[in-house]
Design a protein around this ligand. Structure first.
Ligand SMILES: [Ca+2]
Ligand SMILES: [Ca+2]
Ligand SMILES: [Ca+2]
Ligand SMILES: [Ca+2]
Length: 231
């Protein structure tokens, strides 16, 4: 009888290996459209229970150089509210005068440092010409000096509205050897910049590996460090 169980285990192992291989993702993979196509449980809200219209229930400290806040008039932090849809499910529509040289950026600061393993960026609900065409994802450990992790300068990735696109280390950008506690999405241009309502993003998800050593001196300079020191 024992040999049967060994054989059964062997067959299962092969089956898992085949399933695992077939699930391997391609570069800049389209995951689908709408909220259900988001991966969910990203670093900003592992439980997916953050309040969509207020900064409550999230594991990150958010900041932005345009419309910081959830809800609002389609404010920036709506890119972290776990929703794809109209109005305050998105960040829209760009500040007056067009995109500044520093870009339009939204930042999530974490308590730990992470090597960015993958992320998703989703288009919003309307006008495709508002989608980012020149943009970066950057990392930092002091919130001031940012390193470029992923950069794109060209056509928009999104060919549908509310479309979730996955970007992966080793496929779409270098496998990360540095952990960062700040991750920032910066948009430098869109097709319709600077005319009228020229910018929008539906959602951003960051995923990382925290098995990197944390430099305690770096940690003390971060907002999390200050909060911890004050306790
Ligand atoms: Ca949460
Ligand atoms: Ca999320
Ligand atoms: Ca919202
Ligand atoms: Ca959203």
């Amino acid at each position: 009888m024992k040999i049967i169980w060994v054989l059964a285990g062997f067959v299962l192992m092969i089956a898992y290996a085949i399933i695992g291989t077939s699930n391997m993702v391609q570069a800049e993979e389209v995951l689908g459209t709408g909220t259900d196509s988001l991966i969910g449980g990203d670093l900003t809200d592992p439980e997916d229970d953050g309040e969509p219209e207020s900064d409550d229930g999230y594991d990150a400290i958010f900041s932005a150089n345009d419309e910081p806040g959830f809800a609002g008039g389609e404010f920036a932090f709506n890119v972290f509210d776990n929703r794809l849809g109209p109005s305050n499910d998105k960040w829209c529509c760009g500040r007056g005068g067009g995109i500044p040289d520093e870009g339009l950026h939204v930042t999530a600061e974490f308590e730990e440092q992470y090597a960015l393993t993958h992320f998703t960026v989703s288009s919003a609900n309307d006008v495709p010409a508002r989608d980012p065409t020149v943009w970066e994802v950057q990392g930092s450990n002091d919130g001031e000096d940012f390193e470029t992790i992923f950069a794109h300068d060209g056509d928009s990735f999104w060919d549908q509205r509310l479309q979730v696109v996955l970007f992966e280390a080793g496929e779409d950008y270098d496998v990360q050897k540095t952990g960062y506690s700040f991750f920032r999405h910066v948009t430098f241009d869109t097709a319709s910049n600077p005319a009228g309502a020229y910018f929008q993003i539906g959602e951003i998800e960051f995923f990382g590996d925290d098995s990197y050593p944390v430099d305690p001196k770096t940690k003390l300079t971060t907002t999390w460090g200050r909060i911890k020191n004050a306790r």
